[in-house]
Design a protein around this ligand. Structure first.
Ligand SMILES: [Mg+2]
Length: 223
């Protein structure tokens, strides 16, 4: 055979010997194009309904996990390693997230809330921390070891934690116009006035239907 014939599902020849389309194949081709256009149009129209409806944002230190803080962690470091904490800072050091030295525990109430959020298929559940991107391996190792899996892990690539958090949540709202509910879990009380103001403004403007902020107790901020 010097050439192959192309057939449709009914066995009709679509191409002649010299590879031109037969009139019936041409008609099918045009019908197919119309169908594709229709499908694309329909997909475009339903797309806003198919995205996540809710964004649930969990802070890391003192919220999903009790990661300790320098005042109580440094004595543990000394006890385990036999030496004083040898660095200037704390939160920027990967050693502050060393699971071989510190026995980090998830915060049970937050873990329960996380599980409830995870069970909603139209909710996007993200981890958002003031820790820097260079610590992503350590942060995610701790979260995964404690039964957390997030749709996204976000780190502070900017200046202060509060501004960066608002910037990143804002970006998520741009990326997912379908999100109409935002709920946050955080332990840092000094950020709450600004968070509330920000969320309430979005509800007032009609961008969100609902904004909720959950205060997670942490004696680092209240002692
Ligand atoms: Mg925190």
């Amino acid at each position: 055979m010097g050439y192959s014939l192309l057939s449709d599902i009914n066995g009709n020849t679509l191409r002649t010997k010299d590879m031109h389309l037969t009139p019936s194949a041409n008609k099918q081709l045009e019908m197919g194009k119309d169908k594709i256009k229709q499908i694309l149009r329909e997909d475009f129209e339903v797309m806003p309904e198919t995205g996540p409806k809710k964004l649930s944002v969990f802070d890391f230190d003192g919220t999903t996990m009790d990661t300790l803080y320098p005042e109580i962690a440094k004595p543990i470091y000394k006890e385990k390693t036999g030496q004083d904490w040898p660095f200037q800072g704390w939160w920027g050091r990967k050693e502050s997230l060393d699971m071989d030295i510190f026995d980090f525990q998830p915060k049970p109430d937050v873990k329960r809330d996380y599980q409830a959020e995870r069970a909603n298929s139209d909710t996007m559940v993200v981890s958002l921390t003031g820790r820097r991107p260079k610590l992503s391996n350590e942060v995610e190792a701790i979260l995964h070891a404690n039964g957390y899996r997030f749709d996204r892990y976000m780190y502070n690539y900017g200046s202060d934690t509060l501004s960066n958090k608002l910037e990143q949540i804002g970006k998520m709202l741009q990326e997912f116009p379908s999100i109409k509910h935002v709920e946050l879990w955080d332990d840092r009380l000094s950020h709450f006035v600004t968070f509330k103001q920000w969320g309430n403004d979005l509800v007032k403007s009609g961008r969100l239907d609902n904004f909720k902020l959950n205060e997670v107790p942490n004696d680092q901020w209240t002692k």
